[in-house]
Design a binder for this molecule. Structure first.
Ligand code: FAD
Length: 455
């Protein structure tokens, strides 16, 4: 019986590196051992979750990253806009993050990648269509006058009640209470619920009032409360990437050594052949993998995973994540802003029957009058529309946390992994990154980039 000497991972990698430098072919045994140490991973989906996964696995495994769209980034996509000679990169999808609401992502940008960021302190105006005077103009350290207007006192006291009780939901990790039950339980007037709280919460996601009522209170409050600044009158502590979130994607995906990225390459086929997976893409390539990381949204992952035998439970789990269509417009005219200029905020909600879509004004923090508005239900597009984008936006009900737990039960089984903002906490850039970190801890614990972000 022949005896095969045990080859340590370190010696194999050293041998592989030496052979690569010398242009040598490794003997079969060593090749097999190299593969045992250094595995082939196909990552499906090039949003922040997928690109972060590739960044974390770089140098540890041979990674193929497949993105169906024409560029990496997914919801992190930026548009160049020039108005009155001023240039700005507008984030057409995800945009806001902050040290309290997105702590790990904040660390990635500010301490690891050194991506320039700019404060985007968010103040709020909530108005009703056809009514000149807003329901609420939020005061902050740069805008104190609403504090002295008695007509806003009822709304301001109600916001304090909402915030105080909301903090309890977040602190208690209560993911079962619905938004409608939470808001109806507050000791506030009915007009506050109808004209302020439901529209404001719906607008945070571009949802209608009936849709936001279905959400979990936790998911709503995570965005409305986690980003609050410290102290009375501190505005929301949100930030933007100065050059758009595409700068984050570029920083993560540039200079990788063992990652091959393909855009315009949707994963279309998945099969298992012995211990290997074969992933085919829309360009006709087949990629062989030891591990498959799904970093596409659940409505894409479910059908793909369903091509494998014995995955009916996995497919059913993916069907529990809900999404609704949303259209966003980038425009240069203040089509949806409050009537009076002094009432304009960074985040402006206009209630129109059951709809309460937001319009975000870059001029509040970047001195460029560009607007980003949800237009799924508006009567007409703004006159000066620069671009529109269509999304499916996560509608996070009280079933989200149980669905995430169910999905966690499949994590790593048969070397299939599930990343994405939907898999952890509430949908955000932070969750997308955290989902990638969790996988890297399992399959690339020695990753240098993992060490940088977890240090
Ligand atoms: C309009 C909008 C605004 C948002 N604003 C914010 C915000 O301000 N702050 C925040 O933190 N979060 C925001 N979010 C949440 C956002 O979803 C997350 O922050 C995060 O960007 C999601 O990253 P992801 O990688 O999980 O998913 P995605 O960004 O959806 O990426 C998934 C990728 O998979 C690709 N894909 C799908 N199917 C396949 C396939 N078969 N093969 C290959 N690729 C495939 C898709 O093209 C996509 O690029 C917003 C979401 C939306 C829709």
């Amino acid at each position: 019986m022949s005896h095969q000497p045990e080859i340590s991972r370190r010696s194999v990698l050293g041998l592989a590196a030496a052979a690569g430098v010398a242009g040598l072919a490794l003997p079969g045994t060593a090749q097999a051992a190299v593969r045992a140490a250094r595995q082939r991973v196909v990552v499906i989906g090039g949003g922040v979750a997928g690109v972060s996964t590739a960044w974390l696995l770089d140098g540890q495994h041979d990674v193929v990253l497949l993105e169906s769209g024409p560029e990496l980034g997914g919801h992190a996509r930026s548009l160049d806009v020039t108005i009155d000679g001023r240039h700005i990169a507008v984030d057409a999808g995800a945009q806001y993050f902050g040290p309290k609401s997105h702590p790990t992502y904040w660390k990635l940008l500010t301490q690891v990648l050194h991506v320039p960021t700019v404060p985007a302190p968010m103040n709020l105006t909530v108005s009703k269509r056809g009514v000149e005077r807003p329901v609420l103009v939020s005061p902050d350290s740069n805008r104190v006058w609403p504090l002295f207007d008695p007509l806003y006192w009822g709304a301001l006291v109600s916001m304090a009640v909402f915030t105080d009780r909301g903090k309890q939901i977040l602190a208690g990790n209560d993911r079962t209470t619905s938004a409608v039950d939470f808001i109806n339980s507050l000791a506030v007037a009915q007009w506050v619920r109808d004209d302020l709280l439901f529209p404001l919460c719906g607008a945070m996601f571009g949802f209608s009032v009936p849709q936001v009522k279905e959400m979990s209170a936790f998911s709503v409050l995570a965005f409305v409360i986690r980003g609050l600044g410290d102290g009375f009158l501190a505005p929301y502590d949100y930030h933007n990437a100065t050059d758009g979130l595409r700068a984050v994607v570029a920083a993560l995906s540039t200079g990788l050594t063992t990652v091959t990225s393909h855009v315009n390459a949707a994963a279309t086929g998945l099969s298992r052949q012995g211990a290997e997976y074969h992933v085919t893409d829309s360009a006709g390539r087949t990629h062989v993998a030891d591990h498959v990381v799904f970093a596409a949204p659940p409505y894409a992952t479910g059908p793909l995973a369903g091509q494998l035998a014995g995955t009916s439970g996995l497919v059913a789990t993916h069907q529990r994540f809900r999404y609704v269509p949303a259209r966003v417009a980038i425009h240069a005219d203040p089509a949806y802003m409050p009537v009076n200029r002094q009432d304009w905020s960074g985040f402006n909600v206009l209630t129109d029957g059951p709809y309460c879509e937001p319009s975000m004004w870059y001029g509040a923090f970047r001195d460029v009058s560009v607007f980003k508005s949800w237009v799924s239900h508006r009567a007409a597009l703004p006159a000066n529309t620069i671009a529109t984008y269509d999304y499916l936006h996560a509608l996070e009900t009280p079933d989200l946390a149980p669905a995430q737990s169910a999905l966690a039960g499949y994590q790593g089984g048969e070397r299939l992994w599930f990343a994405g903002a939907h898999t952890v906490d509430v949908a955000s850039q932070d969750s997308a990154l955290l989902s990638a970190i969790a996988i890297a801890k399992q399959i690339a614990p020695a990753s240098a980039n993992l060490a940088r972000i977890t240090a």
